[in-house]
Each structure stands twice: as structure tokens, then as C-alpha cells.
Design a protein around this ligand. Structure first.
Ligand SMILES: [Zn+2]
Length: 152
């Protein structure tokens, strides 16, 4: 998404949990504990993926996108479909998205990533924000700026 920034990737953490599980240091009970709310969110707002569940290997994972931010008011903390996010990103200045993967077969769930969306991230095309700090003038460009943020 165009305004996506400050991406935090949790795949290392996920691998660590799976290692612990393989080693028998945690049980499937501890990691397959999706709440009824999370599973409902997955059913009604989830984004199906091609990725198999790492635990039961019988269902594909579903990604649920939770949104947080002051501007959202009573919608904060709700799940949204992936298709709704770009619309919100053009309407609001900034909000946080948490992506959670869920398996409806065995209740496995884990945080995938988090990032910011919203118009504050639109620095392209010589808008007022694009000129801040002379980023465009130095030739670094907003695209590179975004990549740097993604690596943080
Ligand atoms: Zn599963």
C-alpha cells in the first residue's frame, strides 16, 4: 500500500515460537489459543492466504487486519478487510495496522507484522510534506525513505 510505513516484521518471533514447540518447550495449547473473537474476525473480515498452517498443516492461514489510532474513535481495535484499508488510508492521517495470522482448523494464531497507514505517509509529487527536510532535493527520494523505514 502506498502510504505503508514503519513496518515491523514478526516472522523471526514466529520462527522462535515454532522452534520452542518442536523442542517441546511449549505445548500446542499455549500457541493454538485463538479467541472466538479472533476467529469470527477471521471468518468475516479475514484475508485468505496460500500459506499452510505451520501446526496442523490442514488449513490455510487467514490474515486479520486490526486497526488502531485516535482518529478511528470507536472503530479502534476493530478488524477490517484488506480492501477497506486503502480507503481508510486516504481518509485518515495516521493509524496503526496489526496483521494477525489465524488457523480456523487448530486455532494457531500469531502476529505477522504491524505498520502505519494514512495520508501522513504521502510524501510524493512535491506535496508540502515531500519538501520537508529537503528529502526530494537531495535525490534520496521518498521511495528510498520508505524502504529505510521498512528496515527499521
Ligand atoms: Zn492449524
Amino acid at each position: 500500500m502506498r502510504t505503508q510505513r514503519q513496518v515491523v516484521d514478526y516472522s523471526l518471533k514466529k520462527r522462535a515460537v515454532l522452534r520452542e514447540l518442536l523442542a517441546g518447550r511449549v505445548g500446542t495449547y499455549d500457541v493454538c489459543d485463538a479467541s472466538p473473537y479472533l476467529k469470527n474476525a477471521a471468518r468475516f473480515h479475514g484475508e485468505p492466504t496460500e500459506e499452510r498452517c505451520p501446526i496442523c498443516r490442514s488449513e490455510n492461514l487467514i490474515h486479520v487486519h486490526y486497526i488502531y489510532g485516535d482518529e478511528l474513535k470507536q472503530s479502534a481495535g476493530q478488524a477490517r478487510t484488506l480492501a477497506e484499508l486503502p480507503v481508510l488510508a486516504m481518509t485518515l492521517r495516521e493509524f496503526q495496522v496489526f496483521v494477525v495470522e489465524v488457523c480456523l482448523g487448530c486455532d494457531w494464531n500469531h502476529l505477522v507484522e504491524q505498520f502505519l497507514l494514512g495520508r501522513d505517509g504521502l510524501a510524493e509529487g512535491g506535496s508540502e510534506q515531500g519538501a520537508v527536510g529537503g528529502v526530494t532535493a537531495t535525490g534520496a527520494g521518498p521511495a528510498r525513505e520508505r524502504r529505510r523505514e521498512a528496515q527499521r
